[in-house]
Design a protein around this ligand. Structure first.
Ligand code: NAP
Length: 361
């Protein structure tokens, strides 16, 4: 195996280095070169040692980080892929539990799955690597271009909405016309995942609101305007009016205080998707009244993690649809490109960042 330059961390302690590594068990029938690798909240959380669930691959004192990747095939022994194809490698790899065995390692029931760049498997921030074809999703819509790097974060959203769809069948969630029109979806956060959640909520027909505790910049404002999303700066508007009820709450902040503040404004039969992870977020007080509030209204709090191959495929379709409908607008979500070797990008979040990427050539 040749030595390649890679971003490595020591999970779960954290830290980041860009250095030459030799991964002797790099196996697969397709050889890939990254085009763009996205930086996500999880990467930064790992680097600052905030994600206790992350761990190094067996036999290594480090882990190659990175799980959001758009790659080009540079060599293929597989009939399914040819040189020049653009592909997205799948993050989760199955263990042996019943969910893993049916292609749903996102619902792994014993925790023995692995996640590239996060839990026990080297990730994608390296100059080249091998993969087996069954871990790759081909990007068929060439017009997506670099936007296809958003496939990995988008697949999480598709899976979370599948969770929402399952839960909402417990009761009549829709309005009298069996649509979501007039229902309110609130997304906490304004990062890339938050925007993809908000776009999907709009697609469902929700009146959609995004919240952060500071103003947003022109790029975020343009995205909100284009999709018809209302942005709320919670430092100026700390709560919704008394008669405003949240039907779908999505959290991407991982901040318990903020989550519970908005849970207290949820409607009967409302659903909260907990998605953001921040093990270092401050604790919050939850009272008996809060629990009564949740119970009396049949409110569901559902965690949602990762996704399966089906969600990558559907995620690509959503991205294609929006990018065509709004004339390439998703390109504006890639707010900064870094060169390989820059390590500050893990500690310093650029102002106005939606999605920062590493451009590999
Ligand atoms: P991100 O860009 O860091 O997004 C987090 C967003 O939450 C930022 O916009 C941040 O605002 C905002 N935020 C933080 N505290 C807040 C508060 N108190 N009130 C309102 N907004 C607040 O990260 P991302 O890549 O979009 O990912 C979102 C989260 O999901 C991360 O925690 C990540 O680790 C997690 N994640 C989970 C999964 C899963 O499968 N469950 C998968 C991927 C990622 P600022 O602009 O002020 O920073």
């Amino acid at each position: 195996m040749p030595e390649v330059n890679a971003y490595v961390t020591n999970a779960p302690k954290g830290g980041i280095n860009f250095k030459k590594v030799q991964i002797n068990d790099d196996e697969g029938n397709v050889t890939l070169r990254p085009v763009l690798t996205g930086i996500c909240g999880t990467d930064r959380g790992m680097v600052r040692g905030a994600l206790s669930f992350a761990y190094n691959p067996e036999g290594y004192a480090y882990e190659v980080i990175g799980h959001e990747s758009l790659c080009e095939v540079i060599d293929s022994e597989s009939e399914l892929f040819s040189k020049g194809d653009r592909v997205v490698p799948i993050v989760r790899r199955p263990g042996d539990c019943p969910n893993c065995r049916i292609g749903r390692p996102d619902n792994c029931s014993d925790g023995k799955k692995h996640e590239a760049g996060i839990t026990g498997l080297h990730g994608f921030m390296r100059e080249s690597f091998k993969e087996f074809d069954y871990n790759l999703v081909k990007v068929l819509d060439n017009s997506l271009g670099n936007v296809a790097v958003l496939t990995e974060p988008m697949k999480n959203v598709v899976k979370a909405f599948e969770v929402f769809d399952r839960i909402r069948t417990r009761f009549v969630f829709e309005n009298e016309r069996s649509t979501f029109l007039g229902k309110h979806a609130v997304v906490i956060g304004t990062g890339s995942e938050a925007f993809l959640y908000a776009f999907t909520a709009v697609d469902y027909g929700f009146a959609t609101h995004m919240i952060n505790r500071h103003p947003i910049g022109p790029t975020e404002t343009k995205l909100c305007d284009t999709f018809g999303i209302e942005f709320i700066d919670s430092s100026k508007n700390p709560s919704f009016p008394e008669n405003f009820k949240i039907d779908l709450l999505v959290d991407t902040s991982g901040d318990p205080g903020t989550i519970f503040k908005y849970i207290r404004q949820m409607n009967h039969n409302a659903i909260a998707i907990l998605f953001g992870t921040n093990g270092k977020a401050p604790s919050t007080e939850v009272s008996g009244e809060d629990i009564d509030f949740i119970i009396e209204r049949n409110i569901t709090l559902a965690g949602s993690v990762d996704a399966a191959m089906i969600h990558y495929l559907k995620g690509l379709d959503y991205l294609s649809k929006w990018n065509r409908r709004y004339d390439g607008i998703l390109n504006t979500m890639i707010t900064k490109e870094f060169k390989p070797g820059d390590v500050d990008l893990f500690s310093k979040k650029p102002v106005g960042e939606i999605k920062s990427v590493i451009k590999w050539n």
